[in-house]
Design a binder for this molecule. Structure first.
Ligand code: ADP
Length: 475
């Protein structure tokens, strides 16, 4: 089957979060299962773009209302990623260092979607499946069905995968003229609360909707930033498929970014070496348990709780623990986290920014990973942590609920129910006790390292959904 994944992010071309990891891995596993898989992302000004070779396979002009943007389709020449990677180059809109956060993001991602479809229709052959990811590509299922110029693509089946339902890509009807001419009888598919809501458009028009964990699918029925009723109404074409992790990128026995490779056979020695390197770099004491956080510093991740929870945990357990934070996001949270450095020197440190190599070293060298998320559609950090023998401390929500079980219930981690400073500190105290009981601690680590979160199973589930919508138009 010929499958296209269309996304704003794809590791290693452009990564902001988990979306990139999924779009960089799932296609590879679908390709090894015998399918013909292509990934299409915008051509940002990233390191991967400048360090790799591309050939131009198509060019044209994308029309966005009165604007005309020249675009090219660039194909990565070696196929070394395990699938064909295509970049939509629209210099005026995407030749910038960041993926998101510009005033013209609506124009950027609408142009990206239209240019992609213009290219697909100009190619020989019609794909079987278009898998769109998040709101940046969610208008595509509508365009396929109702835009006159894509009429010959009407039969292509579309899947919308929701990695994060909080972000929805709203824009006003004053920008309706950006869309290619379509059958106006279907304008209702665009509308949600008097605006055009890209995510809602995709949810209504795609043949199937997937979320990145089964628990998240249940949660969005009552908490989805205004789309709860819509999610309920499409329940019959929705399914939650838990993400996998890419074992080729995330393997402590082969990871070139860490100080010492290790496996389940020698994790104690291996992890200690990584911890020493990390502690040396951040002036921490490697004999104490190390609690780390990696992620976007926003409320949805519980980032706002971190300064207070760190201060409280450190003052309660001073002498006993280290805390290390890697992340960026809300400026106020960043400032508060930086201020703690002076008060807890030697026990606490923070790196504000994005650093992929450091993230790998932190997974390898930490004892515990903190994930106090308010919302976590799947969450990959806990799965990387488990694989690297680092015990996750999570709030029970979304994919965290599906992947981490409390050690009190014979599980692989530490769980709490509230996104609160009190619950985080209570879990840290339990972790300090566990760390002191080496036999139990090592047993839990081993359990985590052998948990199978490979992509194979998830890949099969996606293919099953694709087959169902190809055969029956629905799931
Ligand atoms: P989300 O996509 O909501 O941000 P996920 O848990 O699904 O969260 O994925 C986060 C991914 O981004 C992981 O691969 C994590 O290691 C990575 N990551 C997040 N913040 C940083 C950072 N500051 N530096 C390096 N990697 C980061």
């Amino acid at each position: 089957m010929e499958i296209f994944h269309i996304s704003a992010e794809c590791y290693p071309m452009a990564k902001v979060g988990g979306l990139a990891d999924v779009v960089g891995a799932l296609p590879k596993y679908q390709k090894s299962a015998g399918h013909d898989v292509r990934v299409v992302v915008p051509c940002y000004d990233t390191k991967f773009r400048s360090e790799n070779d591309f050939e131009c396979v198509h060019w044209g002009t994308v029309k966005l209302g009165n604007f005309n943007f020249p675009f090219s389709v660039l194909k990565e020449t070696t196929d070394k990623l395990g699938y064909e990677l295509y970049l939509i180059e629209i210099n005026e809109l995407f030749n910038r260092p960041n993926v998101y956060g510009y005033e013209d993001d609506i124009e950027r991602f609408l142009s990206f979607q239209i240019a992609t479809l213009d290219w697909i229709i100009a190619r020989n052959g019609i794909p079987n499946i278009i898998n769109c990811h998040d709101h940046h590509t969610a208008v595509i299922p509508f365009l396929f069905q109702f835009a006159y110029k894509y009429e010959t693509l009407k039969e292509v089946k579309t899947v919308l995968t929701i990695h994060n339902g909080l972000y929805q890509g709203w824009f006003g009807f004053d920008k309706l003229y950006y869309l290619p001419e379509f059958d106006l009888r279907h304008i209702g598919f665009l509308e949600w609360n008097n605006s055009i809501n890209s995510l809602a458009v995709g949810i209504k028009c795609a043949n199937a909707v997937t979320t990145v964990s089964p628990s998240y699918l249940n949660e969005i029925n009552y908490s989805a930033n205004g789309l709860e009723e819509l999610f309920k109404s499409v329940r019959n074409k929705s399914i939650g498929i838990l993400n996998g992790i890419d074992f080729e990128v995330w393997d402590p026995s082969k990871d070139e970014g860490i100080a010492s490779n290790y496996s389940i056979e020698n994790f104690q020695v291996g992890k200690q070496k990584n911890k020493e390197k990390l502690c040396e770099q951040f002036e921490l004491d490697s004999s104490k348990p190390l609690f780390s956080f990696i992620g976007r510093l926003f409320e949805e991740k519980g980032g706002d709780l971190l300064p207070q929870a760190s201060a409280l945990a450190l003052s309660e357990n001073f002498e006993d623990i280290n805390i290390l934070i890697l992340g960026s996001g809300n400026a106020e949270i960043e400032k508060q986290l930086q201020q703690l450095r002076d008060d807890y020197k030697g026990n606490y440190n923070v790196f504000i920014g994005y650093n992929e190599d450091l993230a790998h070293l932190i997974y390898a060298g930490s004892d515990f990973i903190l994930m106090p998320s308010r919302v976590e559609p799947c969450g990959l950090n806990q799965m990387y942590a488990l694989r690297y023998g680092t015990v996750p401390i999570v709030r029970r929500t979304g994919g965290l609920r599906d992947t981490v079980i409390d050690f009190g219930d014979d599980g692989n981690g530490i769980c709490h129910d509230q996104a609160s400073v009190g619950d985080i500190c209570y879990s840290i105290n339990r972790a300090v006790g566990l760390f002191a009981d080496k036999e139990s601690f090592n047993k839990i680590i081993k359990k985590g390292m052998t948990t199978d979160h490979s992509w194979e199973k998830a890949c099969e589930e996606y293919i099953k959904i694709y087959n169902l919508i190809i055969q029956q138009n629905e799931i």
